[in-house]
Design a protein around this ligand. Structure first.
Ligand SMILES: Nc1ncnc2c1ncn2[C@@H]1O[C@H](COP(=O)(O)OP(=O)(O)OP(=O)(O)O)[C@@H](O)[C@H]1O
Ligand SMILES: [Mg+2]
Length: 512
């Protein structure tokens, strides 16, 4: 083929066409995983929306079997969140890479602006039609059929009905093919159970394809704090970031005031330190006049200055007390240990907090699940791609025998790890695995070791108790005979008196 012919095939394609061809990148690979992906995308959106609006979430999920052999199911997800206004409804659910989260440095479950539209895409690809949506927002209800025009990555809204309605929230109803419902570690039930575990303020109702209804009640009425936008820390900034931010700047008209107001931890004395390192840059000029070379120099100087770590403000972990309460509510273990680490940073400038909860015995022993790891990122369960995930890798490296366990896989123990950050370093767009950043792994390790030590103390105390109990039983077995023999030998004292005296002595030594 001549060069001219090759380029006659040159074409542009939209992001929607790209993901249509590469749906596995969004988690649509395999029938079971695809179903969990759909639940995950809708539930995370509902939780994010409720949290921003300061609403205690109440989510209803229903999965109806349409044709099991063909893998056809209808899925309904309804929330009591703020709803989506008519102006944004189409783009929110029918345009890829659109949303309220990607461009904000803020801790939310969603990051990319592709989850909901990805589900609409999957509905179209596997059932021939888009989704049906009802959105109640500020007294108005809008109901419509919604799909995506793949060529242009734009939403198509049809059969639009508008009415007045006092309630708020979003209800999505859609048919999907190439799915399979399974009550396994990878299915929707497990996803929902784990979501309930780390979101104590959530009430979630799930009706499975067999008509069975599971209600996960909230264990706390405490409305989660609104996520707060965080300013970037200078250590995480590249020349390109700096240049883009400077060009966008409208309010501050000098580089020094721009730096001081748009970044976390830059005080006027820190601006002076940076100035000293890049004397050739005029800090009085307008940020819009900054050129690449200057941005590069400032970003380099940022790496040389000693900064205070990023502020933990804006990072919202679950919190020790809540996680413990919730763990007991859902798993009812015999013993729980919780560790919440202090904020740390990875890759130079991104703040994060690791918390872990380890549960042992009790309800866990009854589930027959042994040595289970539950991974979470910003309170969303990660069920897939566990190999290579920083959490799994770190749990595997721990020497569990040191903490009184036989083997991790053989003990009734559940390890929960949640990582909170305005930017979780996911390995892929499917958002199921956290990249092995050294600082993150170290924090996970320290958290798990701390909680394991508490479990160890409890277990060794329990073991001592058991040994004492055993010795007491052995001695008690001989008391009656010994009292009788002693009274005969000494030819004095009643055997019953000697017996009760011996019992008192045993109680004193081995009793409580
Ligand atoms: N249930 C909902 N209630 C209110 N707003 C919603 C709801 N679902 C989606 N949205 C809006 O639609 C946008 C797009 O959602 P989508 O899931 O595609 O992306 P995202 O949540 O921003 O990021 P991610 O791709 O990581 O999930 C969201 O950013 C949010 O503004
Ligand atoms: Mg989302």
């Amino acid at each position: 083929m001549s060069e001219e012919n090759i380029f006659s095939k040159f074409k542009e394609h939209s992001i929607a066409e790209f993901f249509k061809k590469n749906r596995q990148m969004l988690g649509f690979s395999g029938k079971i995983r695809s179903m969990t992906t759909i639940i995950h995308e809708y539930v995370t959106n509902s939780l994010d929306a409720c949290q921003e609006a300061g609403i205690l979430p109440d989510i209803y999920i229903e999965i109806k079997e349409m044709d099991k052999d063909a893998g056809k199911y209808k899925i309904i997800v309804e929330d009591n969140g703020p709803g989506i206004p008519k102006t944004h409804l189409g783009k929110a659910l029918g345009m890829m890479l659109a949303g309220t989260k990607f461009h904000r440095y803020i801790q939310q479950r969603g990051q990319q602006g592709i989850g909901a539209s990805g589900c609409t895409m999957y509905a179209i690809l596997t059932s021939g039609k888009g989704i049906h949506v009802q959105s109640r927002y500020k007294g108005k209800k809008i109901e419509c059929d919604l799909s995506v025009d793949f060529k242009t990555n734009s939403p198509v809204m049809e059969n639009v009905i508008e009415t007045e309605d006092g309630a708020s929230g979003v209800k999505i109803e859609a048919e999907f093919g190439e799915l399979k419902y399974e009550k396994s570690n990878y299915g929707p039930y497990e996803y929902i159970r784990r979501t309930a575990l780390v979101n104590p303020y959530l009430k979630i109702t799930f009706k499975d394809p067999y008509g069975e209804v599971f209600i996960f009640q909230r264990s706390s009425e405490q409305i989660p704090k609104k996520p707060k936008e965080i300013q970037p820390h200078p250590l995480g900034i590249t020349a390109n970031d700096l240049l883009e931010m400077a060009k966008r700047e409208k309010k501050f008209n000098r580089i020094s005031s721009f730096l001081q107001n748009r970044f976390s931890r830059i005080t006027s004395s820190k601006v002076n330190e940076v100035k000293e390192l890049v004397k050739e840059v005029d800090f009085n000029k307008n940020p819009s006049e900054v050129v690449w070379e200057e941005a590069e120099k400032i970003a380099k100087a940022f790496k040389q200055v000693k900064w205070i770590s990023p502020s933990p403000e804006g990072i919202e972990p679950i919190g020790g007390e809540l996680i413990e309460k919730s763990f007991i509510n859902v798993l009812n273990p015999e013993m729980v240990a919780v560790i919440e680490r202090k904020p740390a940073i990875y890759r130079g400038g991104v703040p994060f907090i690791v918390e872990t909860c380890i549960g042992y015995g009790g309800g866990i022993s009854q589930t027959n699940k042994k040595g289970e790891i539950m991974r979470f990122a910003n309170r969303s369960p990660l069920l897939f791609d566990s190999g290579g995930c920083a959490i799994t890798e770190t749990v595997k490296q721990i020497d569990w025998k040191r903490y009184g366990f036989k083997e991790f896989e053989e003990e009734p123990v559940v390890v929960v790890v949640n990582i909170s950050s305005p930017h979780i370093p996911y390995v892929s767009a499917g958002k199921q695995s956290i990249s092995n950043e050294e600082e993150i792994s170290d924090e996970i390790k320290n958290a798990i070791m701390g909680a394991s030590r508490e479990i160890q103390k409890y277990l060794s105390g329990k073991r001592r108790e058991k040994e004492k109990e055993g010795r007491k039983k052995v001695v008690e077995r001989y008391v009656q005979q010994f009292a009788k023999d002693l009274s005969e030998l000494a030819e004095s004292g009643k055997p019953e008196d000697i017996e009760s005296m011996l019992h008192r002595m045993i109680e004193k030594k081995y009793g409580e």
